[in-house]
Design a protein around this ligand. Sequence first.
Ligand code: DLL
Length: 432
Amino acid sequence: MIWNEKMECASRDEMRAVQTIRLKETVERIYHSVPSYRQKMQEANLVPRDIRSIDDLCKLPFTIKNDLRDNYPFGMFTVPMSEIVRIHASSGTTGKPTVVGYTRKDLNSWSEVVTRSLCMAGVHRDDIVQVAYGYGLFTGGLGLHYGCENLGASVIPISGGNTDKQLQLMQDFGTSVIACTPSYSLFLAEEMEAAGIKKEDLKLRVGIFGAEPWTENMRREIESKLGIKAIDIYGLSEIIGPGVSCECEYQVGMHINEDHFVPEIIDPITLKPLPAGEIGELVFTTITKEGIPLIRYRTRDLTRLNYEKCACGRTLVRMEKCKGRSDDMLIIRGVNVFPSQIESVLLEMSETAPHYLLIVEREGNLDTLKLMVEVQEQFFSDEIRQLEALRKKITHKLQSTLGISVDVKLVEPKTIERTAGKAKRVIDNRKL
Ligand code: DLL
């Protein structure tokens, strides 16, 4: 089923007309209510009336994650707080998270795009959807939740983790759709095997997987182990959360809800737009958002766009599976982690030196993050108890800053390799 045929199957001209009207409104709104963005436009010698059509989008200045941090927490909101009905946040590049606010209209648009995504995935109102993305500041849980309710499916808001309970409810409630990170779905499959539960014993038929990159090989593995169709869903909290784009049953690219989020692909070095079909950095402009509309937000995700009509009948442009990032953000068990966040924790402590190495592995189907960090000469001790106390302190600080557990290993001063050029801080051994 196509949820909103008018928008999802519009002709290119119709779509561009809608985008033009909405872009102009958005630029007006931001220019008059976000001083930092107005300043950027002034520096580029632009006023809102210079933006006459969607083709003028490329004249506008970019927005980056640091702009949100510099205006922390609410400085980029364009409505008074009395209009904001929900706040979410995701990791920033250092200590402070990136905060986003939604008006009631924003929440409705969000439900709309998630509902469209679920329909693309072949989910319908008779389905029982187990939402195993985290509920909380992360947008995954609540984003999927309201989309399912809007569709009329039965949602089980179990949130992430608690694998035994996940499996129990899956059997007892007859869950037909699972929504979680792709790596967690493989973990569930492993645990099922260990518990002697066969895929034939379950009613699962579709998985809605996103929040982290995954490959076609992983898709095949998930599909065969769980006996389901594995659908890729993409989004980021700055733009709205999950539902920015999603695959349809044909699984050849994710349809972008471009009447809400206008995509561009740019060269991350020259920042110039690239022609359709070339791989580059994905940039989004939100054109319906009220709480925190963003102009030309650089996602740092690398992909390419395909404007051909899809076999499903939708004309919404498709983005390919993400090919990586143009920055150093890692996604560990669905949680965004910047090496710089870890560095700031280490720099705050007098006992550690800013020489460290992060090692990411995939053990079974779960990501693990190991930190090797040098202890300062004067704190390096022969007494194991003291070192263990320091290790625990770092582990605890990292857990509260990043929201995930890190396996900390203290090493002697001057043992981590120094390089003359760019330090290699991260070794990612996952085969993604
Ligand atoms: O991960 C929103 C989300 C929740 C999407 C549930 C899908 C499902 P953030 O925490 O802000 O938001 O992280 C956004 O995660 O820029 C990508 O790098 C990555 N990402 C999200 N979906 C995918 C995907 C949510 N399907 C960042 N494939 C994005 C690859 C993804 N990477």
